[in-house]
Design a binder for this molecule. Structure first.
Ligand code: 6PG
Length: 241
């Protein structure tokens, strides 16, 4: 399923409404909503929109916030995905942060990946042996990476662990990342992709390009869940109308 929007703003409004609607549906069913957030720049506008939704008081407390990946930097670092989320979303609400489970980028990476994996197993419902998120929000890099699974580390897409240590191929920066199996075990996986610099990779992935298997994002295929691509018209410029 692909939802294309005229602008990032329209996309963010629609996606914010969708996510909060899913949260409230969960609450109606009597359980908290378990979401894994990506970082980078694209989600900023989404989190800002979600922060502006004040007509549904208390929705934030109904969510358990996890991360898809985190840079191995302290939480106050300008590259921290947690810091970006805190600034654009959490800080707009007065809540206890008790339901915010950040990846600790300041810790030794392997130990933190192990800690986070144990946290997922203890906090999330486990089905078929794997923790199950209600929703995983993904972005995609211009190289087709998603989470922090880069084209030269494709083994992370099929890892036996839930969390691994990755390395950015250009900067060498270490990252903690969820791996393919736990992402593909989610009930819903939404990609949020904007900008013309993503258009050629996106059409390779969605248009069955011969090189699609080289892109980690092409390997996101939820086993039971729903996959939806939220894209703006720039990123979708090469897709068939
Ligand atoms: C990160 C993200 C990463 C991101 C892509 C796209 O930590 O950077 O989790 O997977 O989704 O790199 O980033 P942009 O949204 O900045 O293009």
């Amino acid at each position: 399923m692909i939802h294309a929007f005229k602008s990032i703003d329209e996309l963010a409004c629609s996606l914010a409404e969708k996510v909060i609607g899913l949260v409230m549906a969960s609450v109606q069913e009597g359980h908290r909503f378990n979401i894994a957030l990506s970082g980078g720049s694209t989600p900023r506008v989404l989190f800002e929109k979600m922060a502006s939704v004040t007509e549904i008081p208390g929705w934030l407390e109904q969510v358990n916030f996890f991360w898809v990946d985190e840079r191995c930097v302290p939480p106050e670092h300008h590259e921290s995905n947690y810091r970006m989320t805190d600034e654009t979303l959490f800080k707009h609400f007065s809540f206890s942060y008790a339901n915010v489970y950040r990846m600790m980028g300041e810790e030794e990476p392997r130990a933190e990946a192990d800690r986070y994996e144990a946290l997922l197993r203890s906090q999330l419902p486990v089905r078929e042996g794997l923790p199950c998120f209600d929703l995983v929000l993904l972005g995609m890099g211009t190289d087709g990476h998603t989470a922090s699974i880069f084209p030269d580390q494709m083994q992370l897409m099929h890892s036996g662990r839930l969390c691994e240590v990755a390395r950015h191929p250009e900067t060498g920066q270490q990252r903690i990342t969820l791996t393919g199996p736990v992402i593909n075990h989610a009930d819903k996986v939404f990609f949020m992709i904007t900008g013309e610099n993503k258009a050629s990779v996106l059409v390779s992935i969605l248009g069955d390009g011969i090189d699609r298997e080289n892109f980690p994002a092409a390997h996101i295929k939820p086993v039971h869940g729903e996959l939806v691509w939220y894209v703006d018209k720039e990123a979708a410029r090469f897709l068939q109308k």
